[in-house]
Write a protein that binds this ligand. Structure first.
Ligand SMILES: *[C@@H]1O[C@H](CO)[C@@H](O)[C@H](O)[C@H]1NC(C)=O
Ligand SMILES: *[C@@H]1O[C@H](CO)[C@@H](O)[C@H](O)[C@H]1NC(C)=O
Ligand SMILES: *[C@@H]1O[C@H](CO)[C@@H](O)[C@H](O)[C@H]1NC(C)=O
Ligand SMILES: *[C@@H]1O[C@H](CO)[C@@H](O)[C@H](O)[C@H]1NC(C)=O
Ligand SMILES: *[C@@H]1O[C@H](CO)[C@@H](O)[C@H](O)[C@H]1NC(C)=O
Length: 466
């Protein structure tokens, strides 16, 4: 009860700042329009192949916003070219971060250097876009996030089943937009809180498919999770030891953190979901306070990720119109309303969904070496508790040294349908840090090449565990 009034005050302040911002922004836009002819925000070829809205509720017109980029240079015919779907985390953060900061063909950059008293956000070509040889679809999920529309607040999902239901509607509507999409293998990918969404929609698709005619099924070929929160109760107990062994905290601080970690576990086990979420937030806050780091997303960074540039870019009316986004929506990187709606979902596990997916499909997990939130240690902790008949073989599989163009890129551990990758020199927002390596990873995993091929296991053991 104590939290609420504080929150409201905070919201009011936010609203005030937002109004102030709009006011200033309007003046800047108006003045720049009168003085100069406005430069196009999108360089030629930088606009998505398609973008707009996919309705998820015909009664209320709630809709998921999407941007789609066709493969730049596919070696197969388009009807066979894999289709990747990207989901951002949060909960409530926009996939436009993925699009314009991480793995899309063009990314934001500040050209501040050219004139220090003025700064513009410009788009620059990504050296490692994920749509080089695959189509990539970015979805602002769930409704209420980014440019997506939640016509009524009650429709915003409060659990993973509801998230998956909307995503399924959006994905099937997208496939219907063009006959060339129908037969393409689909890979669901995402990051951070999408460690929940990705398994949820994958699991939902596999279940729906059993009840649908072959022609109506979604052609799911695999799921990939980067720096994901998937089995929170196992992941939440690793932060203290992880930070301690990196050298970021001492033993007394480790003990202090461990006490809160155990509290989070207890609250999770008793199903006190909101208090469990609070306890997890307290752990991360404490760790941030103890270490003084700019961000827990990457302990090597002196300043946090500049995702605010994406927000600045997308609040521009010209940009909104070019993307077919609703002009009246003020773009926010992350929506507090969506975050609040999913508050009680945070500590709930979707591990059983991954166990199902790994037995019916294929699963890629990957983490940036420097991520302290949902990184290497946090993911290994839950993976080793998986119930899957290949898990023993996976845990004993070689952790291979992975190179890209002769350069050490990280480590790949694989057994049959499960692959885990550690990407060196990267934090939580991994493709932003290691664009080319992340591109090599996703391409080799989808196409089953090199360390990502199935030849390794055949060499090691003639009898597979399936
Ligand atoms: C659409 O929204 C209405 C009103 O909130 C709700 O009753 C209904 O269940 C929703 N339908 C779907 C398919 O989400
Ligand atoms: C497209 O693919 C072909 C054949 O793989 C290659 O020779 C060419 O350099 C590629 N072009 C681009 C722009 O990547
Ligand atoms: C930098 O921007 C300021 C403000 O718009 C302008 O007055 C100045 O002439 C610019 N300088 C250069 C070198 O372009
Ligand atoms: C949930 O946990 C909080 C904090 O420990 C406690 O105040 C509250 O009474 C608990 N709620 C229930 C239903 O147990
Ligand atoms: C972290 O520091 C801030 C600022 O000093 C403080 O308000 C907050 O309560 C601290 N968080 C925790 C969990 O101790």
């Amino acid at each position: 009860m104590m939290e609420e009034p504080k929150k409201t005050n905070c919201r009011n302040l936010k609203l005030l700042l937002l109004l102030l911002f709009c006011f200033i922004h309007f003046h800047i836009s108006a003045s720049s329009l009168s003085s100069t002819t406005s430069s196009p925000s999108f360089p030629s070829g930088a606009l998505p192949t398609k973008s707009g809205y996919l309705t998820v509720n015909r009664t209320t017109n709630s809709a998921i916003f999407y941007t789609f980029y066709e493969a730049q240079n596919s070696s197969s015919s388009l009807s066979q070219t894999p289709l990747l779907i990207w989901l951002q985390g949060g909960p409530g953060c926009s996939s436009m971060i993925g699009n314009f900061f991480e793995l899309g063909p063009w990314r934001v950059s500040s050209n501040k250097n050219k004139n220090k008293s003025e700064h513009h956000v410009v788009l620059e070509q990504n050296p490692g876009p994920w749509n080089r040889i695959f189509g990539v679809l970015f979805l602002d999920n769930p409704i209420g996030t980014g440019f997506s529309i939640a016509s009524t607040p009650e429709e915003i999902p409060r659990d993973q089943f509801s998230v998956a239901k909307h995503l399924f509607t959006a994905i099937t509507s997208f496939i219907e937009l063009d006959p060339v999409f129908k037969s393409r293998p689909i890979y669901i990918t995402g990051e951070s809180y999408a460690g929940k969404y990705v398994p949820a929609i994958g699991y939902y698709i596999l279940n729906e498919n059993t009840q649908l005619k072959v022609s109506q099924r979604v052609n799911l070929a695999g799921v990939a999770i980067g720096d994901g929160l998937t089995d929170p109760v196992t992941q939440v107990v690793t932060h203290a030891a992880n930070a301690y062994f990196i050298g970021l905290i001492n033993e007394r601080q480790k003990n202090q953190l461990e006490k809160v970690q155990l509290e989070a576990v207890k609250l999770t086990q008793t199903g006190n979901w909101s208090a469990a979420t609070d306890a997890r937030n307290r752990i991360l806050d404490l760790l941030e306070n103890m270490t003084g780091l700019a961000t827990l997303y990457d302990y090597t960074k002196k300043v946090g990720y500049r995702t605010d540039l994406v927000t600045e870019f997308l609040q521009n009316t010209e940009v909104k119109n070019a993307l077919g986004a609703k002009e009246s929506i003020i773009f926010e990187e992350c929506s507090d309303v969506v975050g609040d709606a999913l508050n009680e979902d945070v500590m709930k596990s979707v591990k059983y969904m991954v166990e199902f997916l790994v037995s019916k499909s294929k699963v890629l997990l990957y983490q940036g070496q420097y991520d302290l939130r949902d990184g290497v240690v946090q993911v290994e902790a839950w993976v080793k508790t998986m119930k899957w008949n290949g898990i023993g073989k996976f845990l004993n599989a070689e952790r291979n040294i992975w190179k890209v163009d002769g350069e050490l890129a990280g480590y790949v551990q694989k057994w049959e349908s499960l692959t885990n990758v550690v990407v060196l020199g990267a934090g939580h927002i991994l493709p932003a840090d290691q664009a080319v390596h992340s591109q090599a990873m996703i391409e080799d995993w989808v196409l089953e090449r090199g360390l990502f091929s199935n030849l390794q296991e055949k060499k090691l053991s003639p009898k597979s565990s399936f």
